[in-house]
Design a protein around this ligand. Structure first.
Ligand code: ADP
Ligand code: MG
Length: 582
């Protein structure tokens, strides 16, 4: 249980600020995360690790010479936003390119992907290296679907060391992917973990039970079993990993025995007493093994075992010196970089020059009211949505939605005050949602709302068909970004019926409010019907079976929001276009 916190929703930000203060000789806080205190004298590839908070020392604790150049720091167990990734990249970039590296989670893939597009458009060379070491998260035939857990540490370390030697972007990326292809991890949990301020753990295990194959966001294990002895546990972990020995592997391996947050080092040493002899008996030489807490899950009790099969290229990088706040190996030469440039970041937002008709401003007021209604209903449903997401996902859906809608409603109100029309108000709400919510649903809601706003004019109240087209634009953007299809058990299962029904009924001449109500009923039914589906996308996929019988959280919240926003979006009738004035 996390005992020390103020406002739980500020936990990650406050932790990052404290961390950056303690380690101010090595790191510097920047918008979106942290970077090394010193900038390199020569241009070097910037290796930027990232992901949610709650995994310390991953990821900010690994900033320093021989390791990461910076970390993009999301909220607890939640992907950072594309804006955060972009901002950290801009702060860390020194002319030789950027590589974002992170565990394979949909939210991270989308956010780092969007930041990469933006950086590339500015002419900055940028690549992404995904870590997929968790052998329990998908079968060997689907390695691309595996998530990244403690193998992050090895892969980031090897890339950081390569970048430190002056390797170019292509080489750093190649070595990172090679390291990932040769890294396997299996984990097991003995107890759940609890978000700061939460009244119950994300998941729980019966006393005396162990969940095998857990993820670092508390995704429950593949199966639960009686707690074995240390020796039985060690044997189980080693056997499962060696069964996945990569082709052409040599006999030298890097090994990490990792504690997940509240497992004592002494317990790990006892387990090591089984793991190391078994690996040696299998003919391996253990190269600079690590036993400790390197990638954690808040206060979870549990362990994971990682093996990286080394070769002549990877071994020198694995053993190379590193000096970071949380991890030190060998002697790094004193860093001779230029002193940090403390850029004065303008915290104030630009006051945009909005152009809108009075009618659109009236409609913008209705949009703000719609977002306020959405905010109340999501706040009420936060706990329920979180529990739904915890069944097969990571339990953060309620909190992520609250962060998103809070930011969206606030940004919309500010834009309205500055004279924005409805389109600009909705687009501003989308940008704020994407920036603050994190997680897969946050990216999708943010981008969807922006698309909605871009389709709504600032010159007039949208006609029913225009509003229906704008909702379709929302849906198309979500499908384009998330690539989910109907039946994949995602928010798309509620969104597409909504957009389709609204468009069809409006085309038939049904009054807008009645059409919207009917569409919202269809979306609500469709969301409920996802209970019978197996998730094929997102964090719930690896544990698809567990989610049978529970509706998809993202579909549920979407239907809820479209339902409560309806009366506001449909209250103000559109005038004939001729009546609209600029
Ligand atoms: P995360 O999965 O990153 O923890 P949330 O818990 O906030 O994010 O949101 C989970 C929801 O996101 C799921 O219930 C599902 O509706 C939706 N989702 C996940 N992946 C996709 C996708 N690829 N396309 C559309 N929706 C998705
Ligand atoms: Mg989630």
């Amino acid at each position: 249980m996390t005992k020390i916190f103020n406002d739980p929703s500020n936990f990650a930000e406050e932790a990052l600020a404290g961390f950056c203060d303690v380690h101010s000789n090595l790191v510097r806080q920047v918008p979106g995360g942290a970077v090394r205190r010193h900038r390199p004298v020569q241009p070097k590839v910037a290796v930027l690790a990232g992901g949610g908070s709650g995994h310390y020392p991953a990821f900010a604790g690994l900033i320093g010479q021989g390791f990461a150049d910076g970390a993009v720091v999301g909220n607890i167990f939640t992907s950072p936003s594309a804006q955060q990734a972009y901002a950290v990249a801009k702060a860390a970039e020194s002319g030789a390119g950027i590589v974002f590296t992170y565990g394979n989670y949909a939210g991270d893939v989308m956010n780092f992907g969007m930041a990469s597009e933006r950086l590339a458009a500015e002419g900055i060379a940028v690549e992404n290296v995904l870590v997929t070491d968790d052998i329990a998260s998908a079968p060997p035939s689907e390695v691309d679907k595996r998530r990244g857990i403690a193998g992050d540490f090895t892969v980031f370390k090897i890339m950081g060391a390569a970048a430190e030697t002056g390797a170019g972007l292509a080489d750093v990326v190649r070595l990172g992917r090679l390291a990932n292809a040769r890294t396997r991890t299996i984990g097991s949990a003995f107890s759940g973990c609890t978000f700061p301020g939460a009244s119950a753990p994300l998941f729980s295990l019966q006393d005396g039970q162990m969940g095998l194959g857990l993820g670092i966001h508390g995704e429950p294990g593949l199966f639960d079993t009686d707690l074995p002895s240390a020796e039985e546990l060690g044997r189980e972990l080693v056997t499962r990993l060696l069964a996945e020995t990569p082709e052409g592997a040599g006999t030298r391996i890097a090994v990490i025995l990792n504690g997940l947050g509240s497992t004592k080092h002494e317990e790990l040493f006892v387990l090591w007493g089984t793991v190391a002899p078994l690996l040696r008996a299998a003919g391996y030489t253990l190269v600079m093994p690590e036993v400790g807490e390197l990638v954690t899950s808040l206060d979870m009790a549990g362990v994971s075992l990682t093996v990286t099969w080394l070769d002549d290229e990877l071994e020198p990088l694995w053993v190379a010196p590193a000096e970071t706040p949380a991890y030190r190996r060998g002697n790094t030469a004193r860093e001779s970089g230029a002193a940090a440039v403390e850029e004065a970041h303008d915290a104030g937002t630009d006051v945009a020059a909005f152009v809108a008709s009075p009618a659109s401003r009236d409609y913008a007021r209705a949009c703000v009211a719609a977002l306020e209604a959405a905010r109340s209903s999501i706040r009420e449903a936060e706990e329920v949505l979180g529990r739904m997401d915890a069944i097969a996902g990571d339990g953060d859906h309620g909190r992520g939605m609250v962060r998103g809608i809070d930011a969206a409603a606030a940004a919309a109100a500010i834009a309205l005050e500055q004279g924005a029309g409805a389109g600009d108000v909705l687009a501003a709400a989308g940008d704020a949602w994407a920036d603050k919510a994190g997680g897969t649903s946050g990216v999708l809601w943010g981008a969807g709302l922006r698309a909605l706003g871009e389709s709504v004019a600032n010159s007039a109240v949208p006609a029913p068909q225009e509003l229906a087209a704008a909702v379709t634009a929302f849906a198309e953007r979500v499908v384009q970004l998330g690539k989910a299809e109907t039946g994949d058990k995602t928010m798309v299962d509620a969104l597409l019926p909504f957009a389709e029904t609204l468009g069809r009924l409006v085309d038939k001449g049904r009054p807008l409010d009645a059409a919207w109500e009917e569409a919202a009923r269809r979306a609500t039914d469709a969301a409920a019907a996802t209970a019978d589906l197996l998730p094929l996308k997102g964090r719930a996929r690896p544990l698809a079976g567990k989610s049978l019988g529970t509706p998809d959280p993202g579909a549920t919240s979407l239907a809820m929001l479209f339902t409560v926003m309806g009366p506001h979006f449909t209250a103000i009738p559109a005038k004939e276009p001729a009546a609209a004035q600029a």
